[in-house]
Design a protein around this ligand. Structure first.
Ligand SMILES: *Cc1c(COP(=O)(O)O)cnc(C)c1O
Length: 441
């Protein structure tokens, strides 16, 4: 990239070895830098707001493991709790106390009566959809374009040829039979929702949505949109599944629901969680109404299970994280986010780069396109070359942004003045790099 690019021979050597034994050299595609070019940095260690790569370069981390690290890396209290738990053994395949305590903490914060633990967000949404189908005795699932719910076959779907027509597989390997019961709609589009419920309402088991989409960049629900979805589902006997895997205990203390449902007085039927609730370990969950969750095995007939579900190390990390996630933590993350959002707006405006900064609670992202971004079609207008140039200029200045234009920027309670200032100082140069990329594009 630029002349200022810091040499990364150790990352390059590991990437070469990795590609020889792992597809693309990575264990989750976005890590490969395919959207921005260059060599992914292999991270050796992390502490607080900072990552250190295998070449010894330090970066302010604005990924936070794609959301989970709400308290920053290697938080001393989380670490101590995990170390003590490891000393007691790592997995028993029996019920344990930390599971009960974490479930109580989640039921206390979120609009769920019962919660079942799994090991990934994908498993959580997959299980919630099976339960919704088992509970309602219906098969059709409605989702929104640009909302990501993990790599569940039925949800890796693209819209069919018309709004009320069934979806087609979004990737090779998903049979058409897995998506022919899925309807994909544009986000924030009430008329589209009304149309498919009018046409297919008595076949719809559930509508699943990100509580506030973060996987196409942050696209907040328009005021009242989630309530409209909940009411529409209720009117047609379908379940409203709110995917809070990203927003849960992140957008606010009570997740996105704390910003709309808790204020407006409605509850989703099922909610999925992950990311923050695992404290950096593989833990996720789905929960909801007592009568719906009561249909799940062993109380009910809908089968669902997991060898490592509710693992004592993961639940200890999640419990410790949530107990430390006080109002002050969210206030700190919110304030740090405001500073960065303002600085990004100022830098991009000064450089003449079209942009819009959008947020939901403490989650935000920066789109390099004229706003507002209401749905996936709007988000897709982001300039890929401009983002790539912006990303690499930030990286060279010691800031690790998501290596994709369609992601939220994540902060933690460990993002102190020095970390925030490093980001602020890097932004004007990165904005100029984006402007130069737009000129040559
Ligand atoms: C990350 C994410 C998932 C998938 O979680 P994994 O743990 O990666 O399987 C599902 N839904 C949303 C909203 C997410 O952000």
């Amino acid at each position: 990239m630029s002349a200022a690019t810091r040499p990364t021979p150790a990352s390059e050597a590991l990437f070469t070895r990795a590609r020889a034994v792992t597809p693309g050299g990575v264990n989750s595609p976005v890590r490969a830098f395919n959207a921005v070019g260059g060599t992914p940095r292999f991270i050796r260690s992390a502490a607080g707001a900072w990552l250190t790569d295998v070449d010894g370069h330090e970066y302010v981390d604005l990924i936070c493991s794609w959301g989970p690290m709400l308290l920053g890396h290697a938080h001393p209290e989380v670490q101590a709790a995990v170390q003590a738990a490891v000393a007691r053994g790592t997995s028993y395949g029996t019920p344990t106390e930390p599971e009960v305590e974490l479930a109580e903490e989640i039921v206390d914060r979120a609009p769920v009566d019962r919660v079942r633990f799994v090991s990934s967000g994908t498993e959580a949404t997959m299980s919630a959809i099976r339960l919704a189908r088992g509970f309602t005795g219906r098969d059709v699932v409605v989702k929104f374009a640009g909302c990501y719910h993990g790599h569940v076959d039925a949800l890796l779907a693209s819209a069919g040829s018309g709004l009320a027509t069934f979806a087609v597989p979004g990737t090779p390997g998903v049979p058409a039979s897995s998506t022919e019961l899925t309807l994909v709609l544009p986000y924030n589009d009430r008329a589209a929702v009304e149309r498919v419920f009018a046409e297919h309402g008595d076949r719809i088991a559930c509508l699943v949505t990100e509580a506030a989409p973060g996987n196409m960049g942050v696209v907040p629900p328009e005021p009242g949109f989630n309530r409209f979805l909940a009411e529409t589902c209720a009117r047609h006997g379908a379940l409203f599944v709110s995917d809070e895997v990203m927003t849960g205990f992140r957008a606010s203390r009570q997740g996105q629901w704390g910003l709309d449902g808790a204020v407006e007085g409605w509850r989703p039927d099922l909610v999925t969680f992950g990311k923050v609730m695992g404290g950096g370990f593989p833990a996720a969950a789905f929960g909801g109404r007592a009568d719906v969750m009561g249909r799940l095995a062993p109380d009910g007939p809908v089968y669902q299970a997991g060898t490592l579900s509710g693992n004592p190390i993961a639940t200890t990390a999640g419990l410790t994280t949530l107990r430390l996630a006080t109002d002050e933590v969210y206030a700190h993350i919110g304030a740090a986010g405001e500073t960065i959002k303002e600085a990004a707006t100022e830098a991009l405006s000064a450089a003449g780069v079209p942009h819009v900064v959008q947020a939901s609670g403490t989650m935000f992202s920066v789109f390099l396109t004229d706003g507002p971004v209401r749905d996936f079609a709007d988000a897709s207008r982001t300039s890929a070359p401009a983002y790539a140039a912006f990303f690499h200029a930030m990286l060279d200045a010691g800031v690790y942004l998501p290596p994709s234009a369609y992601e939220a920027w994540f902060l933690s309670s460990a993002h102190d003045d020095r970390a925030v200032q490093t980001v602020v100082d890097a932004l004007p140069g990165a904005a100029r790099a984006a402007a130069a990329a737009l000129e040559t594009a």
